[in-house]
Ligand binder design. Structure first.
Ligand code: NAI
Length: 299
């Protein structure tokens, strides 16, 4: 894998997972923009010191980096960050959308403001950064973009409806973007990390923090940022384990006109949800084609 002369933006890289990604990429010769708003876990406050400290670490290890404290929710500030990088280094090969916040509460107790805020940081923050680099990557005919999903987005978690909606939204964003980016060699993937960081410090016992070190997730993100990256993949990483998540489609059943009732669907629900022979369509069109291809079963 060749990372020499590559330029990466890593958002939310002032600590936790983002810091580990930034250090790993820089150690391989990538010039890194360490972006971080430097606020609290719930997104309040802000400071440039978190990003600056990671830049110091990278430089102390002989790497090249600059810090940036734009909020990913601020479209103008994100555009200014991208403009600065283009002026300084003339290219952006890699974007790791990692910045994130938490405002956990049950849906009953959650305010709509807290719901919208979390969606704004994770989903729209990643959209803002991706939009700002997209044309540059298209022009260069090269790009590697990583979205940060979550097990909550894929599988759910108590008290995280806002976070889960944002995180699976990012996977949906990735899926269409990967299709659109393919002709310009822009590969788009999602990482589903598990790591002991300030985001998980109060749910992980102390002894688990080392087992779930962010450094164990970083190789997966380096791979997704590399010239060997796949596209349209949901890659899970944590505690030394690496997995893929898929959005599958069961074979299901075809119902003729006279059978097509809610009662038939209820009585054959076990067949509809049976997982033997399930597939992973590579696009929405492919899913539609599967049903179109079975119309003769209705004759
Ligand atoms: P973290 O809290 O250490 O890192 C998040 C970083 O994003 C912080 O440094 C924060 O200042 C920054 N940030 C927040 N809002 C920002 C904004 N508007 N603009 C720029 N930067 C902003 O937590 P961690 O665990 O390193 O999280 C990184 C990503 O991984 C997040 O997207 C998180 O949702 C995701 N994740 C983490 C998991 C874990 O087990 N730690 C599990 C699943 C997903």
């Amino acid at each position: 894998m060749n990372f020499e002369d590559r330029v990466a933006i890593v958002t939310g890289a002032g600590g936790g997972l983002g810091r580990a990604y930034a250090l790993s990429l820089a150690a391989r010769g990538t010039k890194v923009v360490v972006n971080d708003l430097g606020g609290a876990r719930d997104g309040t406050g802000g400071s440039s010191s978190a990003a600056a400290a990671v830049v110091e670490e990278i430089e102390a290890a002989g790497g090249t980096a600059i810090s940036n404290s734009a909020s990913v929710t601020d479209r103008d500030a994100v555009q200014a960050m991208v403009d600065d990088v283009m002026a300084k280094w003339g290219r952006i090969d890699i974007l790791i959308n990692n910045a994130g916040v938490l405002r956990d509460k049950t849906f009953a107790k959650m305010t709509l403001d807290d719901f919208a805020f979390v969606v704004d940081v994770h989903l729209m923050g990643s959209v803002n950064c991706t939009k700002a680099v997209w044309q540059h990557m298209r022009d260069a005919n090269y790009g590697r973009i990583v979205m940060t999903g979550s097990s909550t987005g894929c599988y759910g978690n108590f008290g995280q409806t806002n976070y889960g909606a944002a995180k699976l939204g990012l996977v949906g964003f990735m899926k269409s973007l990967a299709i659109e980016g393919a002709k310009n060699n822009i590969h788009v993937n999602s990482i589903i990390p598990v790591a002991g960081t300030r985001m998980t410090e109060d749910i992980m016992p102390e002894q688990m923090l080392g087992i779930y070190a962010p450094e164990k997730v970083a190789p997966a993100v380096v791979f997704l940022a590399s010239d060997e990256a796949p596209t349209n993949t949901i890659l899970g990483a944590g505690a030394g384990g690496y997995h893929a998540a898929h959005v599958t489609l069961t074979k299901g059943i075809m119902l003729k006109d006279e059978e097509r009732t809610a009662e038939t669907i209820a009585s054959r629900f076990a067949e509809i949800t049976d997982r033997s022979g399930e597939t992973v369509p590579q696009s929405g069109a492919e899913q539609g084609a599967l049903v179109m291809g079975r119309q003769d079963e209705l004759n």
